[in-house]
Design a protein around this ligand. Structure first.
Ligand code: SF4
Length: 695
């Protein structure tokens, strides 16, 4: 007997709703549902990304039993042994080196908000550290930090459905056709409704192709461009002075800093004609309402937080806050990376962005959890190698890493360094659904249920809480993520147990004022509730757009301007390494391919281990042909991949994905970090290219 189960797609922050069609306990297809963001549409991942639940064993076999490494070899064991061993080792390390010697991650993928809430509670209350972080650190952490400074809230101010009714979209460092196809659809609709589209991107993306103006700037020059636009808006008298006077602080200082960033001054930095920059600024400033959307092309740079603040400043200059279809949109990539942040899987805050350094917030959580909590911010995920390899004091370095639903062995920059750090750690726990590169270094493997096998809530990129639902029984000796974490916590001496995800959600709500009104019942009834939602009554249906009436989320209600000096990327091209490399995505696959790599249709669509996009001119210069195997080298590593000549890229620039086990470009990337957000500069490093025949 078949059934249909309504759930949320597990592949990007668009939060599309779909039905999983189940027959005889197996998923046989998916059907688009009429969700708030997708309106009966799905991209190919939504259509075909469920097959891994049937375990076709393409990339690797599903984990079905806990494992412990004994005499160097991973052996299957019973749950009791795995839980007790994990708890014993963590307690020993805590006893010997202190709680801050242990690091944990949350998971932005299949697990759901409840599991993330439980994980951060475990790290804080059971282990006693704020060393909890997740992959937001390698993506939109600069958006959170930058917008919190500028506006008091680190999330999208605009909703995904509102995009189509804006009058102008400024899309910078963001390729929605590959990262959020359903958001790309809204951009196309905006264009059809008459909106102007300005794209700033070094590549000719699909959005650039439909744009009215494409600023094909040099990689790493974002801040110079953004400040030049601010300069033009001020110089040409296009500032919304009343909005600036009534709702902002710091304008005079901002004005002074951007004064020198004339279009002529930044021409040689951005490799753009001054007049083009001037024209873009005029179009943006004169639009009746405008929105700025960005992605990894803003965030994965060493000066990302400054650029985010600069983009917020452009919107403030022009009064583009206060109503629908305007504002700022850092479009969160992974399906639940917004949720990982919302739930407090971050080293500096509890759920709802309540700071761990805020005495009142900390005391509230201490009272609820019956334990003293640490006062200092924890270690960001990208600092793990440094805290293992460089810190000499045994009491101050990291000794254990509990990795829940992440694969730093493939997804983090400079993989040689990361592998060395994983080798040096005393104890590594991996909790996941498939074996991955990190698992090759783990001491314990805890197999968990996947999306489709458990219940919960995801947060979409535009702050929307939506339900995920169990469709099939897990195959194997598996537990849900939150159950596993509760068992480890209890075995460590801090009992945690919940009957179901609703009980976890209710505890989270009771401690988080801005989410308190988003009950399971309300989410069921409305399909989606966007935070803030403070009141349990049905009167409060959530908040589609932030900063209504120009009232910002800082205690004084004002927003902050910001500008600073532009600086070049950390590693620039030279004679030895004359090309630049930027990481990008492949539309048919997700993250490190744990799930999509085990979906037959998606794998059939793209089954080669990666490629490098290069300009036809560079290919000709190096005598390289389409599909030819080449070696790509950086100062940190070397990989083989295939050549893809394309007119989309500028000469001197190349692009690769990090998604493939072979030829993963994070062997090459640089661990240079933004000083505020600790996000790596994955969009820029220097490489050289060798023909395989020549070796
Ligand atoms: Fe929608 Fe994103 Fe899933 Fe595609 S991957 S169906 S755009 S949520």
């Amino acid at each position: 007997m078949g059934k249909q189960v309504l759930t949320t797609c597990p592949y990007c922050g668009s939060g599309c709703q779909l039905y999983l069609n189940v027959e005889n306990g197996k998923i046989v297809s998916s059907t688009p549902a009429n969700g708030r963001t997708n309106e009966g549409n799905l991209c190919l991942k939504g259509h075909y990304g469920w097959d891994y639940l049937n375990d076709p064993q393409i990339l690797t076999k599903r984990l079905t039993k806990p494992q412990i490494r004994k005499n160097g070899v991973l052996e299957e064991v019973e749950w009791d042994e795995a839980i007790n061993y994990t708890a014993k080792r963590l307690n020993e390390i805590k006893e010997k080196y202190g709680p801050d010697s242990i690091m944990g991650t949350g998971c932005a993928r299949g697990s759901g908000n409840e599991a993330n809430f439980v994980m951060q509670k475990f790290m804080r209350a059971a282990v006693g550290t704020n060393n909890i972080d997740h992959c937001a650190r390698v993506c939109h952490a600069p958006s959170v930090a930058g917008l919190q400074y500028s506006l008091g809230s680190g999330a999208m101010s605009i909703s995904i459905p509102e995009i189509e009714d804006t009058k102008l979209l400024f899309v910078i460092g963001y390729n929605p056709a590959e990262s959020h196809p359903i958001v790309a659809r809204r951009i196309v609709k905006a264009k059809q409704k008459g909106a102007k589209i300005i794209v700033a991107d070094p590549r000719i993306t699909e959005t650039a192709r439909i744009s009215d103006m494409h600023l094909q700037l040099k990689g790493g020059s974002n801040l110079a461009l953004v400040q030049a636009m601010g300069n033009v808006i001020i110089a040409e008298g296009m500032v919304d002075q009343k909005f600036v006077d009534d709702h902002t602080l710091g304008y005079e200082e901002y004005k002074k800093t951007v004064e020198k960033y004339t279009p002529e001054y930044v021409e040689s930095i951005c490799h753009l004609p001054a007049e083009t920059i001037r024209q873009a600024a005029r179009e943006y400033a004169k639009a009746e309402r405008a929105a700025i959307l960005w992605g990894m092309g803003v965030c994965q740079f060493g000066q990302a937080v400054d650029v985010v603040k600069g983009l917020a400043s452009l919107a403030l200059l022009t009064g583009n806050f206060g109503g629908p279809s305007m504002g700022v949109g850092p479009v969160r990539g992974q399906n639940n990376v917004q949720g990982g942040c919302d739930m407090g899987a971050l080293p500096n805050c509890y759920s709802g962005y309540q700071n761990v350094t805020d005495d009142a917030a900390r005391e509230k959580f201490e009272k609820a959890w019956g334990v003293k909590l640490p006062k200092e911010n924890g270690i960001p995920l990208t600092q793990v190698p440094h805290h293992v390899l460089d810190v000499k004091d045994e009491k101050k370095k990291l000794h254990a890493y509990y990795i829940f639903g992440e694969d730093p062995g493939q997804s983090d920059p400079d993989l040689n360094e990361m592998r060395e750090a994983l080798d040096k750690l005393d104890f590594v726990v991996m909790q996941d659904i498939y074996m991955n590169k990190t698992g090759l270094k783990a001491d314990v493997i805890l197999p968990a249920t996947a999306w489709g096998e458990h219940d919960g809530v995801y947060s979409s990129a535009d702050r929307g809480f939506q339900r995920i639902r169990k469709a099939v029984e897990p195959k194997g000796d598996l537990k849900t993520d939150w159950e596993i974490i509760c068992l480890v916590s209890t075995a460590m001496g801090y009992p945690m147990s919940y009957k179901n995800t609703k009980e976890i959600w209710d505890e989270m709500r009771s401690l988080t004022p801005s989410f308190f009104g988003a009950t399971y019942e309300k989410i069921e009834e409305l399909g989606c509730v966007q935070w803030p939602c403070r009141d349990e009554s049905m009167e409060d249906k959530g908040t589609p757009y932030l900063h209504k009436g120009g009232i910002f989320a800082h205690p004084n209600g004002k927003a902050n301007f910001f500008a600073t000096e532009w600086r070049a990327p950390g590693e620039i091209e030279d004679v030895e390494y004359p090309y630049t490399l930027s990481t990008v995505r492949e539309v048919g696959h997700y993250s490190v391919r744990t799930m999509t790599g085990n979906c037959r249709t998606l794998t059939n669509l793209e089954d080669e281990p990666g490629w490098i996009q290069m300009s036809p001119e560079d290919c000709e210069k190096l005598n390289l042909k389409q599909g030819e195997l080449i070696r790509v080298n950086s100062r940190r590593g070397s990989v083989m991949t295939r050549v893809m000549p394309t007119e989309r890229v500028k000469t001197g620039a190349t692009y690769m994905t990090y998604q493939w086990w072979i030829g993963a470009c994070n062997e090459l990337t640089v661990p240079y970090l933004d000083p505020v957000s600790n996000t790596p500069e994955s969009k820029y490093c220097a490489i050289n290219l060798e023909k395989i025949d020549d070796q």
